[in-house]
Design a protein around this ligand. Structure first.
Ligand code: TXA
Ligand code: MG
Length: 342
């Protein structure tokens, strides 16, 4: 593999970058591209050889299926067989959240290679809102299979430089579209016909919250199955930094060992949570220094985790956030990343 090139897709560079990325994808290559959630490692979803390269570059086990990204709603019919009884709720959800960070599981069409769905009868579909990603999809004229552009089990990248650290030397091209404006991966749902209203199961919490989905049906947040770590989409330990990440039920549960260097990921960097003055931290980083808002915390979460991971600490302690709205998705990522995850 030659060196990985990073090209800018800012302003005047965008058209050239889109053309180059689409041409590589059309030739069966893989390219890292920005989305509004995290960077994705893209391949032509209908080309199994290209999809195989995605699994290889990520060292991803082939039982963990990929999300297929469509460029327009009409492409949905190419990748999924829409059950008649779900058509209206899917249409409403797509109308409300697409393009955007919502991924919907539907029965797959025969055109989608089994490798993409790991042999499952369903396909995970979304339409990204990122303008660069959308332009690449339109130029390619085919749906794009893209998992997050990190090595398997590691933190999703939210910048081109984070992708370079994850996959440099393994892929030919990274399209730099700046920092992702959501910062955590899409919400993944499945839908069933309920007794009175559709039943929406949240398989992965994300930027589209339970509260927002409740307008469209009864929403259940699926608990991850720690006893079934092989089930696709249900891997318990994930998104992890190399430095152990510790999360406690209460501050007093933290029992520092002498001579060990600890860092703190604090929500706002204030005393309220009870961690700031608990210990002489080597380093404190705030998730939401500006506004104390979950939105800002989500955008910064993986960036802060990566930055702390590079400090050579013995462990990173993270303050839990309240599990409302986006806080559900943030706590999901923190539990999956932490060694004491409950
Ligand atoms: O925001 C996102 O969703 C990003 C951007 C690039 O679109 N993508 C992403 O992909 O996070 P990935 O592969 O890192 O996570 C997709 C998750 C995996 O946990 C996978 O197991 C699950 O979706 N998944 C995919 N297809 C599935 C299926 N048919 N049934 C159940 N889970 C599925
Ligand atoms: Mg991922």
């Amino acid at each position: 593999m030659p060196d990985t090139r990073t090209i800018s897709a800012y302003e005047d560079d965008m058209n050239d970058a889109v053309r180059e990325a689409a041409a590589l994808l059309a030739s069966g290559e893989i390219v890292a591209v920005p989305t509004e959630t995290v960077y994705g490692l893209a391949a032509d979803a209908f080309n199994p050889e290209a999809v195989a390269k995605v699994f290889a570059a990520k060292e991803r086990p082939d039982f963990d299926p990929l999300i297929v990204h469509i460029a327009a709603y009409r492409e949905l019919a190419e990748v999924a067989e829409m059950p008649e009884e779900l058509e209206s709720v899917v249409k409403s959800l797509a109308g409300a959240f697409w393009p955007g960070p919502l991924t919907i599981l539907l029965p797959k069409s025969a055109k989608v290679p089994d490798l993409v769905t790991s042999g499952l009868p369903t396909v995970a579909v979304r339409q990204s809102a990122n303008v660069i990603f959308r332009a690449i999809g339109r130029a390619l004229g085919r749906p794009i299979a893209a998992p997050s552009a990190n090595r398997f089990g590691r933190i999703s990248p939210t910048s081109a430089s984070a992708v370079e650290k994850e996959l440099g030397g393994r892929i030919p091209l990274i399209v730099d579209g700046g920092a992702c404006n959501q910062g955590i991966e899409s919400t993944i749902i499945s839908i069933e016909l309920g007794e009175t209203r559709p039943l929406i199961r949240v398989l992965r919490a994300g930027p589209v919250t339970k509260e927002e989905l409740q307008k469209f049906g009864k929403v259940v947040i699926e608990k991850r199955k720690a006893d079934a770590p092989d089930a696709p989409g249900q891997l318990a330990h994930h998104y992890a930094p190399e430095t152990p990440l510790l999360m406690f039920d209460k501050p007093s549960d933290f029992k520092p060992e002498p001579d060990k260097r600890y860092g703190l990921i604090s929500y706002r960097g204030d005393e309220k949570a009870g961690y700031l003055h608990l210990h002489e931290w080597e380093l404190v980083e705030e998730l939401s220094p500006g506004s104390g808002k979950l939105q800002e915390a989500a955008i910064r979460l993986f960036y802060v985790m990566r930055m702390m991971d590079e400090e050579g600490l013995d462990a990173i302690v993270v303050e839990p956030v309240s599990e409302v709205g986006l806080g559900v998705a943030i706590m999901d990522r923190l539990r999956k990343a932490s060694v004491k995850g409950g």
